[in-house]
Design a binder for this molecule. Structure first.
Ligand SMILES: Nc1nc2c(c(=O)[nH]1)N[C@H]1C(S)=C(S)[C@@H](COP(=O)(O)O)O[C@H]1N2
Ligand SMILES: [Mo]
Length: 215
């Protein structure tokens, strides 16, 4: 996509953040409803990114896991496939208002990954990097949630290029911008480092039920 269009898309989202668009002021911290405040349900699956969709062949794909860990490692497709698999069904909530229920994700749990690389005691944050240059930060506590995974399959089929294949992160309890597509690096840090949208007006966490849309 032309840089001009990309910059316009970014500017629109930043303006939404500044005007606090979509906030209902009616949080639902107890999850009384399955659909968080201000969201609407879709049955299709919209594609959202910065307009660049990296074409990452499985044979070329590498996932570097580094930073504040005892055992930094790099997985290629074969070593990723050799890890234990997990399956989890969860709902997607995108900050641009759509939600999609019952997504069936298959991949490697973040808990397994953590057990392999062993974060140092000082590690408190994880930054997820995409092949398009995108980054997003998640607390280690949230990243270690039992519903979080690196996913290569959605609803029984390999994750498409549009949706971040070969492998993306899935952090179900936060808005979907935290779920980095075309995952290439997971960086453990002692000090927080807000990512692409977090420095452009989005919330540092992103709980849909308390409408943590903007910072
Ligand atoms: N690498 C990368 N990951 C990304 C993004 C991106 O631009 N690049 N966009 C985020 C945003 S804002 C959303 S809403 C979701 C959209 O995922 P989808 O296209 O599979 O629906 O991806 C997130 N992960
Ligand atoms: Mo988004």
């Amino acid at each position: 996509m032309a840089d001009g269009i990309r910059d316009k898309l970014i500017a629109i989202k930043q303006a939404w953040a500044q005007s606090r668009r979509l906030l209902t002021g009616k949080p639902d911290p107890e999850h009384a409803n399955r659909l968080p405040p201000g969201q609407r349900l879709v049955t299709n699956w919209p594609v959202l990114d910065l307009g660049v969709k990296p074409d990452v062949a499985k044979s070329e794909w590498r996932l570097k896991i580094d930073g504040a860990v005892e055992h930094p490692t790099t997985w290629d497709w074969e070593s990723y496939q050799a890890q234990p698999r997990m399956l989890d069904i969860s709902d997607i909530h995108c900050v641009t208002q759509w939600s999609r229920f019952d997504n069936r994700w298959e991949g490697v749990s973040t808990r397994h990954l953590i057990s392999v690389v062993k974060p140092l005691p000082m590690a408190s944050v994880v930054v997820l990097h995409g092949a398009d240059g995108y980054t997003t930060n998640v607390t280690l506590e949230r990243f270690a949630g039992d519903d979080c995974l690196l996913a290569h399959s959605h609803d029984g089929v390999p994750l498409s290029r549009d949706h971040g294949g070969p492998v993306r992160a899935i952090i179900p309890r936060w808005y979907f911008w935290k779920s980095a597509k075309w995952l290439t690096r997971i960086e453990f840090l002692a000090v927080d480092n807000p990512g692409f949208w977090e420095v452009r007006g989005y919330h540092n966490d992103g709980d849909p039920w308390t409408e943590q849309r903007y910072g």
